[in-house]
Design a protein around this ligand. Structure first.
Ligand code: UD1
Length: 416
């Protein structure tokens, strides 16, 4: 298994381009199931999760080719509605095929996604929405079995804001008979770009950017070409790389407005920014101020940038509180950061981070995707060598992470 060896304390400089967003691309890939035809998607990152979804589409009968940021998906010969355990267990977002398979074939058999390193992640909201639209659902031998004649419109009120359940329900509703109202929807930028994508395919969805979406079902959709949204989480991670190493770096291909509350919080730590269109330059603070965050649905602070912010707070001049409002157990990185001499205590869904003067390198273990990124960030700022095991998590969500960091001047190498 690959590891990263980081020699910390290098000052970074220069410019890197942010990739297309994994979380914007995955629902789009699943939505290709909704019709027969050839899609060409641009700005697609080369990541394990994208390959897993591609593999799943191939198993369903699609032709999938990924070359140099361009992904072609031909769904003409799609003829299966079964998503096997081997793939769903690798990536929870495989549940995205449930809605479109039901909409296109009237049946779906999708392995029940298990727990994962960031806690129990149920799919009850996805199933509730499909049932409201007329699907009969049962769970047998670890599989979700869903069947319907044709899905019909329904009024669906999510008890919790869920990115995945919003996207899955949209895919089910676009081909349903009649009108669907989805209440308490996610409004993350990836959902908004997904609505644009579905509408370009011929869907009729209104309410984009609000928590109430209205969908008028249509009888068919068409295949299209589309460019994937820039990855706000990758952008945020690199901005923190600048802040934690005291380095001025520039990111291109960003959408600054998508950084929401993250930007405001990073400013409060003392960093400044220069924004020109899709370019952001961070002017780091000489002293990092402690700032409290609480993760919540967009536009509030994103849970996918919680671990990285915690790494930054380890070196702040004082104490900060980090509250996890989405995945209460998402703190496995805290114990690993403490191995680098950080001072973090966990109390329920809260972390108390006492800033220390310096971090010192040590062997650590990557536990989930964003936690791994936090360890890399801490390693960049730590004295000595940080040796990070199990970095396959990073390859699920960051394209060429160490290559981009090397380009900025970091001393990081991958050991096979
Ligand atoms: C997506 C993102 C993930 C991000 C998360 C929250 C993708 C592929 N993944 O995950 O990176 O961390 O949004 O922004 O886009 N919940 C239920 N029942 C359900 C579904 C969710 O209770 O049926 C709960 C979850 O446990 C969690 C909350 O709702 O507490 C939000 O989860 P959700 O937005 O669904 O996360 P994902 O779509 O899985």
């Amino acid at each position: 298994m690959d590891r990263f060896i980081i020699k910390g304390k290098n000052r970074l400089s220069g410019e890197i381009a942010v990739c297309g967003a994994k979380n914007a691309t995955l629902p789009v890939m699943a939505a290709t199931i909704l019709t027969e035809g050839e899609f060409v998607l641009d700005n697609v990152p080369n990541l394990i999760d994208i390959r897993t979804m591609g593999h799943l589409l191939r198993i369903l009968g699609a032709r999938v080719e990924h070359d140099n940021g361009q992904l072609s998906i031909d769904t003409k010969n799609l003829n299966s509605w079964e998503a096997p355990y081997e793939l769903v267990s690798k990536m929870r977002a495989s549940i995205y095929v449930l809605g479109p398979l039901l909409a296109r074939f009237g049946k779906a058999k999708v392995s029940f996604p298990g727990g994962c390193a960031i806690g129990t992640r149920p799919v009850d909201l996805h199933l509730m929405a499909m049932e409201k639209m007329g699907a009969k659902i049962s769970i047998e031998h670890g599989y979700i079995l869903a069947e319907c004649d044709r899905l019909h419109g329904a009024d669906i009120d999510f008890k919790k804001v869920s990115v995945g359940a919003t996207a899955n329900s949209l895919m089910a509703a676009v081909l349903a008979d009649g009108e669907t109202n989805l209440y308490n929807c996610a409004i993350e930028p990836e959902i908004q770009s997904f609505i644009d994508f579905l509408n370009e395919m011929g869907a009729r969805i209104s309410g984009k950017g609000t928590s109430h979406l209205q969908i008028t079902g249509v009888s068919s959709l068409k295949a299209i070409n589309s460019r994937m949204l820039s990855d706000r989480i990758e952008a945020g991670t690199f901005l923190i790389a600048g802040a934690i190493t005291g380095s001025e770096i520039t990111l291109t291909n960003c959408v600054p407005t998508h950084l929401g509350e993250f930007f405001d919080k990073l400013k409060l730590t003392g960093s400044d920014f220069n924004i020109e269109g899709s370019r952001i330059t961070i002017k780091p603070a000489s002293e990092i101020k402690p700032v409290n965050i609480k993760t919540a649905p967009f536009p509030e602070y994103p849970t996918d940038l919680q671990a990285q912010f915690m790494a930054l707070m380890c070196l702040a001049d004082g104490e900060s509180i980090i509250e996890e409002g989405i995945f209460p157990d998402r703190f496995t990185h805290a114990a690993e950061l403490n191995r680098l001499d950080a001072s973090i205590t966990i109390e329920g869904n809260m972390a108390r981070v006492k800033g220390v003067k310096k971090l010192s390198g040590a062997p650590v273990m990557a536990t989930d995707l964003r936690a791994s990124a936090a360890l890399v960030l801490a390693g960049l700022a730590a004295e000595g060598i940080t040796d990070i095991a199990r970095i396959y998590h990073i390859d699920r969500g960051y394209e060429d992470f160490e290559i981009k960091l090397q380009k900025l001047g970091a001393d990081i190498r991958r050991v096979k």
